[in-house]
Design a protein around this ligand. Structure first.
Ligand SMILES: Nc1ncnc2c1ncn2[C@@H]1O[C@H](COP(=O)(O)OP(=O)(O)O)[C@@H](O)[C@H]1O
Ligand SMILES: Cc1ncc(COP(=O)(O)OP(=O)(O)O)c(N)n1
Length: 276
């Protein structure tokens, strides 16, 4: 009997009750890209399109036990981390990544939600850099996160390149500094995500969509990259496909809720099917 090998991806992140970001966005993205999704929850957030109304971290052992349960039984081809909330979780998760020998590790260094809510305690930034970054294949900060990680004030593309070099020196092989928060992209209509592979820079450009419905874009982008890695894509392919996935999801974003609505996780698959 022949068996089909199903690509498997794990997300270690917080729950977003509104379904646009966090674990929910990650699992939807994995599924849309044909990957079996698993989760280890770090915290429950009370969230909707109007913002974050509560954060309830789980005991760190509860997160570690979820990682152990899926790692020891179902297996993991690639994983991503999102909201980790405190240093204790970061240390435990890092130990487990080392123990299982997982290499396809995407770290989305989630710190502050778009509405301003704290999703990572300030004293946990050091643990992220010391413990998790050396184990990461790819790190995907937005501009404020790259500033917090490096102490560099990012105004220009050269500042961004300097920050990418700095983050790369902390261990991750690839760094993507996302451009969604770049003021200039509003006037130019063009967003650039900057990729650094330790040697060369690549500008990943796309059309900026005029919309307020961008809740969960960072989570969805890093989840799409993780899913593509789980399927065996190279890092540049995974990032390029991740970019196409988030672009489609934003272009066809859903008019849900009264605030910053979620993106459309099935837009990419719908477009792919139209090409067949
Ligand atoms: N208005 C937009 N139009 C097109 N792409 C966007 C838009 N906003 C964000 N993106 C893309 O979504 C992804 C997440 O970007 P960003 O908003 O910077 O991260 P985060 O959600 O972590 O704050 C990036 O690939 C970025 O280029
Ligand atoms: C539970 C949870 N995790 C992460 C985020 C941040 O998501 P992000 O993709 O950066 O998008 P915004 O929330 O900033 O719009 C979150 N909100 N909740």
């Amino acid at each position: 009997m022949t068996s089909i090998r199903i690509p498997r991806a794990l997300t270690i992140a917080g729950s977003d009750s509104g379904g646009g970001a966090g674990i929910q966005a990650d699992l939807k993205t994995f599924q849309e890209l044909g990957v079996y999704g698993m989760s280890a929850i770090t915290a429950i957030t009370v969230q909707n399109t109007l913002g974050v109304h509560g954060v309830y971290p789980l005991p760190q052992e509860a997160t570690a036990q979820q990682v152990e349960a899926v790692g020891s039984d179902l297996g993991v081809d690639a994983l991503k981390t999102g909201m980790l909330f405190h240093a204790g979780i970061i240390r435990l998760v890092s130990e487990q990544i080392r123990k299982f020998g997982w290499e396809k590790v995407v770290v989305d260094p989630v710190m502050i939600a778009k509405g301003g809510a704290e999703l990572l305690q300030p004293d946990a930034v050091q643990a992220l850099k010391d413990d998790l970054f050396p184990l990461a294949l790819i790190v995907t900060p937005n501009i404020p996160e790259a500033e917090a990680l490096t102490g560099i004030s990012i105004r220009t593309m050269e500042d961004r390149r300097e920050a990418a070099r700095h983050i790369n020196s902390l261990g991750p092989k690839f760094v993507v500094i996302k451009g969604g928060h770049d003021e200039e992209s509003v006037s130019s209509g063009q967003i650039i995500d900057l990729l650094f592979d330790g040697a060369a820079f690549t500008d990943l450009g796309s059309k900026r969509v005029q919309t307020i419905h961008t809740h969960g874009t960072g989570c969805t982008f890093s989840a799409a990259i993780t899913a593509e890695l789980a399927k065996g894509m190279s890092v540049p392919e995974a990032i390029s496909n991740g970019k196409a996935f988030i672009q489609a999801a934003i272009e066809e974003s859903l008019q849900l809720g009264q605030g910053h609505g979620p993106t459309n996780h099935w837009a990419y698959r719908r477009r792919q099917e139209m090409l067949l």
